[in-house]
Design a protein around this ligand. Sequence first.
Ligand code: NAD
Ligand code: TYD
Length: 353
Amino acid sequence: MTILVTGGAGFIGSNFVLDWLRQSDEPVVNLDVLTYAGNLENLASLDGDARHIFVKGDICDRALIDSLLATQKPRAIVHFAAESHVDRSISGPGAFMKTNVDGTFTLLEAARAYWGALEAEAKAAFRFHHVSTDEVYGSLKADDPPFAETNPYEPNSPYSASKAASDHLVRAWHHTYGLPVVTTNCSNNYGPYHFPEKLIPLMIVNALAGKPLPVYGDGQQIRDWLYVTDHCSGIRAVLAGGKLGETYNIGGWNEQANIDIVRIVCALLDELRPDPAGPYARLITYVKDRPGHDRRYAIDARKIERDLGWRPAETFETGIRKTVQWYLDNPEWVARVQSGAYKDWVSKQYSAA
Ligand code: NAD
Ligand code: TYD
């Protein structure tokens, strides 16, 4: 048996592939077009491992997906591939519509054709797992209850609107065509291999370089933070036992204001890599707010716990310490991401891909 993962060279996708192959010998076919966010160095430890088959390609390429499905015959598709950065979606929404909406549509159509032609047993076992975000639910007020699966969709950014659109397509392909889908909506992830354009890795790498730590607006926006391997275990739980057509929220029971996150990162760096110039918090700089900035996200993750027995294994204290330590231990990864040299990995390691 085999699974097809899309976007498996990105932050969460690469953690998922590594985590999957730590737990199982079931091969992973990894389809990723390698945008700026795709980094095959994340998967360097799988070099030469026959269980990982990397294919460089676009989820908008129907012919490629058809041929991959026909040759690899996966029992499931786990769909991570997306444009994922809210700020980029504000300055250039087009790529988000193309990959997140058109790409998901193309993948669903290819999956429908493939699944429709399977033998009864394989057909019943097949799964399309759509990986989505809590941002589709919009923004909460300070005293609102956290997002449940029943919350209405109120996306506010081009990114969250494109993810909401993809969630709706997945839902419709189940309702209309019977495609066996499950969807997970997860909160903000953090951990190893996180591209340093997102809050936590940006603060770590800027602090270590003595650069300003840009906090948008008043820094009081709240996010729920989940360690990335906990997201991976949540996805595995839903893929294995989730009810067809259902959605599951995944979260860390860990709401924090951005400014508090930045202060925690600074305090850990003060402990683990003290700067002779003084505490890292001196670098905190309030900057212009993000347009349309959502004030608060929070996840009610009781359904996945009740139905599938999933809970996060890490607390924020353990997860953030591991994360800061990972960045301290991997300066070459950071340097190659910042210089752009990580792109060379493709031609060096995967010239046949
Ligand atoms: P990422 O930006 O780090 O990685 C995305 C990956 O998808 C990259 O490897 C990129 O090359 C690939 N990709 C982009 N367009 C593609 C295309 N057209 N065809 C094939 N591959 C393509 O993103 P991430 O943070 O790992 O997020 C993965 C998924 O999880 C996304 O669907 C995102 O919406 C969702 N999600 C992310 C978070 C988070 O906190 N990062 C939280 C909840 C849900
Ligand atoms: P981000 O990591 O971009 O994730 P998302 O926008 O998907 O939640 O941002 C997390 C929070 O941190 C968000 O409220 C925006 C804020 N932020 C900053 O204050 N400064 C920064 O430099 C970045 C990248 C984000």
